[in-house]
Design a protein around this ligand. Structure first.
Ligand code: AHR
Length: 634
């Protein structure tokens, strides 16, 4: 293999490898958003979903769901609890959590609620975390202090004395009178950066470790919604959490083991938090907005052209929300939430997997308005879901004619497709529109369960394909695997990059492939050619080469997708002296290898030193492996 470092072919964009985030598979609610109480505001379709009323026989007491929709459109429901000379155990409410609540020994938990009670009320609450047999893991007495009939927020905290993957929250009502409750909430204190009401630290850490160039949010199909009423509307996801209007999640499904009829988007993780997350992990924010069309797989509903103004205005206002100074309307809102500095939004997607002439018609209106006001914003356009089909060709041609900044391609295909298409971008036009491979994953046949779909074969196929993307980094400027997270008891789609349950997390082999590419993305693309047949070779070797001009390193990536060891000789041209370097290998002789909750580190990259000979580098690529070599040059 000859690597020419004398004249780099192109810049590698800082955005090259990124993250696709969607609230699917309990990714946000029940996942990264660390709220433990399910249906905290009683707004799920069935108002007591997640809640059980426990009442002792022959004791007085009622729990009533009430509605004030005339005055509180975003969060109309609350509950009224009436008790009479109640002792602990007479009347209690129990919340199940999303699939139980994962609680940890010696971690503090913050309980809070909104309440209103009349002057005459004499009510105390006993708040506890309990295990499946009712043992108390941690508790506190909570006395709502103000009695004036108005709504107030109050909180308390307590330690859990034990770890339990399936705890429940129990609220016992004691005393006399009635109290109204809303936004009943429980958060752990060990959130990411210790932020109150924040995110699960282990999940954010996995994202930070990827060092992603961008984070695309909030999806996915949830951007479009099953219908337009249930589309994602960012303005309803900011401000005080109790004023964020929840909707049923697009992935609220009822079929077999994937059933999630209790899947709602509470928007506790909303657009402000997404921008903050992007900033925390050093990723460029990439919001995708609804283009005036519902998910075309579910519905033919589209906004009429004359109704498009509010959709377009949402896009313009979002740019102001992210970037406007604090004298602007939306910049002021951002500042009031705690971030007066801008979020440096540079790109935005219009539509997700939308297609056909209706999409183009709507896209044109968005493009004109956004580019007029904010010419620096790069726009991502959708090319649908079928990378070889007619729809794709139709859109791709039309979008290229329009000189789209970036065209979003999605492919969920068999591993064979990924191996066979490593040269997909070799033949793309070098000028004009660039590619954003916005969703992709290799889907294997015959997996025994959802987690087994993320095996080494899938990851190796993705790695081979990614060498092809990297070799074409002048064309492919962004790429993200999808979906990102899945909860073992709340998933709707597999394979996924990272699996969680209430307490644990692990990265799949695909996660480590993503990490190796992203952590070794370099800054300049180099040409790499093999003496026997270019870059797409019949011997199942796939390679790419970049240079990191800051650290002064050459970075070679090599996928050996065959069952035998293959000896490779790299001749490096155009650098001064090369020194020894670092080798990182992800390898398993068994293509069915996976990671799991039991063995989260079964397949992990292994590091060693690599030595160079005078002329270059002789390397024996192990069977079924991805190797990354970082070589210092002077
Ligand atoms: O990643 C899962 C889904 O796949 C996304 O929501 C959608 O964009 C695609 O069809």
């Amino acid at each position: 293999w000859t690597v020419d470092a004398s004249k780099p072919v192109a810049d590698i964009q800082p955005t090259m490898w990124g993250i696709f985030f969607e609230d699917i598979n309990f990714g946000a609610d029940g996942g990264i958003y660390a709220e433990l109480v399910k249906n905290r505001s009683f707004e799920f379709s069935s108002p007591l979903t997640g809640w059980t009323v426990k009442q002792k026989k022959f004791r007085e007491g009622t729990v009533i769901v009430q509605n004030r929709q005339d005055t509180h459109t975003a969060n109309p429901r609350y509950i009224s609890v009436h008790v009479q000379q109640a002792a602990k155990g007479d009347l209690a409410l129990i919340n199940d959590g999303f699939r139980g609540m994962g609680v940890k020994k010696d971690i503090r938990y913050f309980f809070s609620l909104l309440y209103s009670q009349p002057v005459a009320a004499q009510i105390q609450l006993h708040i506890s975390l309990i295990d499946s047999t009712g043992n108390v893991l941690g508790d506190t007495i909570f006395i709502p202090t103000i009695k004036d009939g108005n709504w107030h927020k109050q909180s308390a905290s307590f330690l859990s004395h034990a770890t339990c993957p399936k705890a429940k929250l129990r609220i016992d009502f004691m005393g006399d009178g009635y109290i109204r409750l809303d936004m009943v909430s429980l958060f752990p204190s060990d959130t990411w950066k210790g932020r109150p009401g924040g995110m699960r630290a282990d999940m954010v850490q996995m994202l930070a470790d990827l060092k992603p160039g961008f984070i695309r949010f909030p999806g996915g199909c949830i951007v479009e919604g099953r219908d337009l009423n249930n589309r994602y509307q960012w303005k309803k996801t900011i401000g005080p959490v109790e004023e964020r209007q929840l909707i049923m999640n697009r992935w609220n499904v009822e079929f077999a083991h994937r059933s999630a009829p209790d899947y709602f988007q509470t928007f506790g993780l909303g657009f402000y938090e997404y921008f903050q997350l992007a900033e925390d992990i050093g990723a460029s924010p990439l919001p995708i907005l609804n283009c005036g069309m519902a998910c075309q797989f579910n519905s033919a509903e589209v906004a009429d052209m004359h109704q498009l103004d509010s959709y377009v205005q949402d896009a313009l206002d979002l740019i102001e929300f992210a970037n406007g100074d604090t004298t602007t309307t939306w910049g002021k809102v951002r500042a009031s939430m705690g971030h007066s500095a801008p979020f440096h939004l540079k790109m935005m997607g219009v539509g997700n997997e939308n297609w056909g002439p209706q999409y183009l018609e709507r896209l044109d209106v968005f493009t004109k308005a956004i580019k007029n006001k904010y010419p620096y914003i790069k726009l991502i356009n959708s090319s649908g879901t079928d990378p070889e089909g007619e729809r794709f060709d139709f859109l791709n041609t039309a979008l290229r004619k329009r000189n789209a900044d970036l065209i979003d391609e999605h492919y969920y295909r068999r591993p064979e497709w990924f191996f066979a298409n490593t040269s997909r971008y070799d033949h793309y036009p070098r000028n004009g529109s660039k590619v954003f491979a916005g969703e992709y994953a290799a889907h294997v046949n015959n997996a025994t369960g959802p987690q087994d779909k993320s095996n080494w074969l899938a990851a190796l196929a993705e790695a081979a394909f990614m060498t092809g993307m990297e070799r074409n980094a002048d064309v492919v400027q962004m790429a993200s695997y999808a979906p990102l997270f899945a909860h073992a008891e709340g998933w709707q789609w597999a394979p996924d990059l990272i699996w969680t349950n209430n307490l644990s997390i692990y990265g799949t082999p695909s996660y480590y492939v993503q990490k190796l590419f992203s952590n070794n993305k370099g800054s300049k693309l180099l040409s790499i050619n093999s003496s026997i047949g270019g870059t797409q070779r019949s011997d199942s070797l796939y390679a790419s080469a970049v240079m990191d001009t800051v650290s002064g390193e050459l970075i070679l990536k090599m996928v050996n997708a065959s069952a035998r060891r293959q000896d490779c000789n790299f001749i490096i041209q155009g650098t001064g002296k090369c020194k020894d370097g670092k080798l990182t290998v992800l390898q398993s002789g068994d293509l069915k290898t996976t990671n799991s909750f039991e063995q989260p580190f079964n397949l992990l990259p292994k590091e060693s030193i690599i030595s160079l000979q005078k002329k270059g580098l002789q390397y024996a690529a192990p069977p079924y492996s991805l190797s990354v070599m970082r070589i210092k040059y002077i």
